[in-house]
Write a protein that binds this ligand. Structure first.
Ligand code: HEC
Length: 117
């Protein structure tokens, strides 16, 4: 599953980019610069746990695909930007706090990216 996901996302972006080219008009990009920044933050700071569970945590980090298309986060809190930011600031269970590892811009960006993840 994680293997499939690793190429699915870039492949999807490739398809979206190709669609833009084929459309031949100056349509808005499908991924905003902020989301692109968030994608990078996610790849560096989140994916190793949430896609690969490389630390072999017994409490397996939840799959975050489509996080905001559900009404609640995995733990049952409402799926809102504010709730996700709170998790990033405070950490949760085995998930560390990112308060001192990320700028506010990076945090906003990763939240924006999770909306299209
Ligand atoms: C060290 C591994 C690890 C890293 C790194 C990590 N997480 Fe997590 N994350 C977890 C675990 C474990 C949970 C489940 C926590 C629990 O409910 O006890 C979790 C839960 C979550 C949740 C759901 C919280 C809820 O209330 O249900 C979100 C959203 C989340 N992580 C986002 C992120 C984002 C965004 C990043 C990167 C900035 C990240 N995580 C980095 C391990 C990690």
């Amino acid at each position: 599953m994680p293997n499939a996901m690793r190429w699915t996302t870039p492949a999807l972006i490739g398809v979206l980019a190709a669609t833009d080219l084929l459309a031949g008009c100056h349509s808005a990009p499908k991924i905003t610069p902020q989301q692109a920044e968030g994608q990078h933050v996610f790849a560096v700071g989140c994916a190793h746990c949430h896609e690969e569970n490389d630390l072999h945590l017994k409490n397996v980090p939840p799959n975050l695909h489509g996080l905001f298309s559900r009404t609640t986060l995995p733990d049952g809190a409402p799926a809102t930007d504010a709730a996700v930011r709170r998790v990033l600031l405070s950490g949760k269970g085995m998930m560390p706090s990112f308060a001192y590892q990320m700028t506010k811009e990076q945090m906003d960006a990763v939240v924006a990216y999770l909306h299209i993840y």
